[in-house]
Design a protein around this ligand. Structure first.
Ligand SMILES: Nc1nc2c(ncn2[C@@H]2O[C@H](COP(=O)(O)OP(=O)(O)OP(=O)(O)O)[C@@H](O)[C@H]2O)c(=O)[nH]1
Ligand SMILES: [Mg+2]
Length: 609
């Protein structure tokens, strides 16, 4: 039997191709909002960081009703670090909307998510979005998508995908790029027509696969997944089958289905539905909820191994404890272990020191989002340079490689190829796009990408677009040269003065403005040369008889370079930390006083530690 009045669909795409915007329009046009209700833009990007950055970090469920059919929709993140999450949520659905930007065409993450959808034999609908863009090239993009399907060994049925052209911005869709209707009706109709209604065997014993975890302050841990078989009832006892096959009796306290922007309390529901359940604190991804009488496990879900690692430790700078409220290792430990309850591809390990933890994740964004979240909660901490996780495969030292795509203006192509060459990238492909843009594809050790984005944006004057996705573990490619310039280190505690910064600014690029509190060993800028130098940015002008404030005001200071958290993480070397507090992001030397820095440098040069 099929649940004829139900469809389950995930929206998948490369980052920024318009998934969340499309969900907005679907919600609006299916009447989710009451007449006078305020409409929030990209409403599914509900947490603060998502709103601020305009990206989706966690996949989210919603549902709309169209012609009496309920459509469960899963909005997914497009950034490569969250690819594992997309792969998991695909287990909940029967079909996907593969959204592709009408100008950019398929990008690395388009390929990754499509491959996963095809492997699961899901029905794809291709949505060519941003059709309103003046540079849109819809037919070419459809050809490129077809090419991608062929490359990925799609079967005949999958190759026969329907195409819908949309502008999420204007809320319109059509079957031809130049025949757009006044709303999204063509897209809704295509979903109802092509995405199969879910199988709904309600007679057999209950089975539900846990694919996503969520956390709610009142309800505690929430598990999301699809009921594969049978009936699920709130307030009932069921079997929880762990990954290792052990079975525990647990109680489902609350059962929810999705409708619009809400989770709806539900007494009972059936196979085919996507649900959320609460009341089982120890539940985890990949486990099965089953009937107590016939507990049969569903195939579990693989979870991606982390590829990048860094040390999180207590803040030891002279300013420790002055800006945050959670500063102890006990607090940090508690927070990190709480995080791994729901953030499944994150790993936290204790180290020799009780003040430091090894934290590993899927990439820089994955880790920096955790850090950013913690600082907003009032934490202070300090972290080391991110390092890729090496693996031994068949007795050989291997490292993670990434597939990198760069769209660059022709004028900067040479420099970019050269830069990537020095980072051990291998060029795989070069395609000329319209408008003087060339698309370059590379295979590159993940190490080589650390710190690259900064150079890339500088070289392309902000016009380049780059993205990368994990490819595989391959043999280690040897040393890659790190940062080519040294840093300017503050030699004295105090407050930076315009006078000192002005005197010193020819030495390099400052990271701080006047009036910033500094300590000895804090990094205040980048040297023009290779070595580090110590200098006093807090020096005050000698008092003289003359009034000098007018003269001071005339000092023309270069604008300091703003280091965001991600930039700071990419920037630091082995002998440096990023200090993070709710108010500041500072760079510092591990050894703050000059003597111990010189000593440790000498030991290092001699090959010691
Ligand atoms: N011109 C144009 N811009 C669009 C359209 N749809 C989305 N955008 C813009 O594209 C940007 C990204 O949109 P999102 O909806 O956040 O994209 P997303 O795919 O959800 O992004 P991630 O979740 O981070 O992967 C936003 O600035 C949107 O305003 C469209 O149809 N036309
Ligand atoms: Mg999104």
């Amino acid at each position: 039997m099929q649940a004829e009045n139900l469809r389950n669909v995930a929206i998948i795409a490369h980052v920024d191709h318009g998934k969340t915007s499309l969900v907005d329009v679907m919600l609006k046009q299916s009447g989710v909002y009451r007449a006078n209700e305020q409409i929030i833009e990209r409403v599914m990007d509900s947490n603060d960081l998502e709103k601020e950055r305009g990206i989706t970090i966690l996949s989210k469920n919603t549902a709309v009703t169209w012609n009496d059919v309920k459509i469960n929709i899963v909005d997914t993140p497009g950034h490569a670090d969250f690819g594992g999450e997309v792969e998991r949520v695909l287990k909940m659905v029967d079909g996907v909307l593969l959204v592709v930007d009408a100008f950019e065409g398929p990008m690395p993450q388009t390929k990754f998510v499509l491959r996963k959808a095809l492997e699961l034999n899901l029905k794809p609908i291709v949505v060519i979005n941003k059709i309103d863009r003046p540079e849109a090239r819809p037919y070419e993009v459809v050809d490129e998508v077809l090419e991608l399907f062929i490359q990925l060994d799609a079967n005949d049925d999958q190759l026969d995908f329907p195409v819908v052209y949309t502008s999420a911005r204007q809320g319109i869709a059509g079957y031809e790029p130049n025949e757009l209707e006044k709303d999204l009706t063509p897209m809704f109709d295509t979903i109802l027509k092509y995405i199969p209604a879910p199988e709904s065997d309600v007679e057999s014993p209950l089975q539900m696969l846990v694919t996503t975890l969520d956390y709610d302050d009142y309800l505690g841990k929430i598990a999301l997944g699809r009921i594969v078989r049978g009936t699920l009832t709130a307030n009932s006892h069921v079997a929880l089958i762990k990954r290792d096959g052990t079975i525990e009796k647990v109680k489902i306290v609350k059962l929810f289905t999705f409708q619009g922007l809400n989770r709806i309390d539900t007494a009972e529901t059936y196979a085919g539905e996507i649900v959320a359940i609460s009341g089982i604190p120890k539940i985890n991804i990949g486990e099965t909820i089953a009937s107590l009488e016939h507990p049969e496990a569903l195939p579990t879900i693989d979870i991606d191994e982390p590829t990048l690692s860094m040390t999180f430790m207590i803040n030891t700078s002279p300013f420790a404890g002055t800006e945050g409220k959670h500063v102890t290792s006990r607090k940090i430990r508690e927070r990190l272990f709480k995080e791994i309850e729901t953030n499944v591809s994150l790993r936290v390990e204790e180290t020799d020191s009780t003040d430091a933890f090894q934290v590993s994740g899927r990439g820089e964004l994955h880790l920096s989002i955790l850090i950013e979240t913690m600082r907003r909660e009032g934490f202070e901490l300090q972290v080391s340079k991110p390092e890729v996780i090496l693996k031994e495969i068949d007795g050989k030292k291997c490292e993670p490689y990434e597939l990198l795509t760069c769209d660059v203006p022709e004028t900067s192509m040479g420099t970019i190829i050269e830069l990537l060459g020095s980072r051990k990238a291998e060029m795989l492909n070069m395609i000329t796009l319209t408008g003087g843009i060339t698309r370059l594809e590379f295979l590159i050790p993940a190490r080589g990408l650390i710190g690259f984005r900064n150079d890339f944006l500088t070289e392309t004057r902000g016009e380049g677009i780059m993205s990368h996705v994990f490819d595989s573990y391959k043999p280690y490619r040897g040393e890659i040269q790190g940062r080519s310039r040294g840093v300017l280190v503050s030699s004295d505690p105090g407050e930076s003065t315009a006078y000192a910064l002005f005197q010193l600014q020819d030495r390099g690029t400052m990271f701080i403005a006047p009036g910033v509190k500094v300590y000895e060993g804090m990094i205040v800028g980048e040297n023009n040369r290779e070595q580090d130098i110590d200098l006093n940015v807090a020096r005050k002008k000698q008092l003289s008889n003359m009034r000098t404030s007018a003269a001071d005001e005339a000092l023309r200071l270069n604008t300091p370079r703003q280091l965001t958290l991600e930039k700071a993480l990419e920037y630091i070397n082995d002998d440096e930390y990023v200090e993070i507090t709710p108010l500041s992001i500072r760079l510092r030397k591990k050894h703050l006083d000059k003597n111990s820095r010189v000593k440790s440098e000498r030991r290092r040069a001699l090959g010691g530690k």
